[in-house]
Design a protein around this ligand. Sequence first.
Ligand SMILES: C[S@@+](CC[C@H](N)C(=O)[O-])C[C@H]1O[C@@H](n2cnc3c(N)ncnc32)[C@H](O)[C@@H]1O
Length: 203
Amino acid sequence: MKKMTKMTTMHWMTKELKALQLKAQNDNIPILSNDGLLFLVETIKRKKASSVLEIGTATGFSAIAIALLTGVTVTSVERDEVRYLEAVNNVKAFGLEDKITLILKDALEIDIQETFDCLFIDAAKAQYEKFFNKFEPNVSKNGFIITDNLNFHNLDINKVSRSTRHLIKRLTSFKAFLKDNQAFDTTFSDIGDGMSVSERIQK
Ligand SMILES: C[S@@+](CC[C@H](N)C(=O)[O-])C[C@H]1O[C@@H](n2cnc3c(N)ncnc32)[C@H](O)[C@@H]1O
């Protein structure tokens, strides 16, 4: 298992992206941190990915930022209709309708045939393993899977509510699942709220 280092700062945040980020933060909608986003963007560029499947659109901040900063196409799934509709408006406002496809559906109930170079999992934390297993077949031969929030804000398991303790346990079990997975080589990082990159092992 390799350990990754922190990203260098870049001037990438446009006024429009900042407004989108602030609106989500003011509405208490959890979105990817700047560090996490830059890490994701750099990984997509480094690995020359051309398409991303994102699980968890929220209002479209990460999908829009990824499309703007890398030029790749993004398909993103969201189950909350209010957030989905806001994302649709945001994608239009950025003129990215040809780059971003938004799907309103519970990701665990969807059937996607297409293949993507990158799968980005950023939805319900308790379901990460299910998302991984369900969408892993949609990841191309040289593709990779990125997950966020693996550190879950470094909360102390002894000082949180029962439901949060349950989530922390599920994330711990997901990390063990990634480490044991023979089909993927996973690298863990403390960037953002704890991210992993799982690269398909070539046979
Ligand atoms: C952390 S937010 C996504 C943030 C977004 N990726 C960003 O950084 O701008 C997680 C989103 O996943 C959605 N979600 C949770 N479980 C889901 C599921 N099973 N299918 C689709 N969306 C789901 C939630 O409604 C929420 O809007």
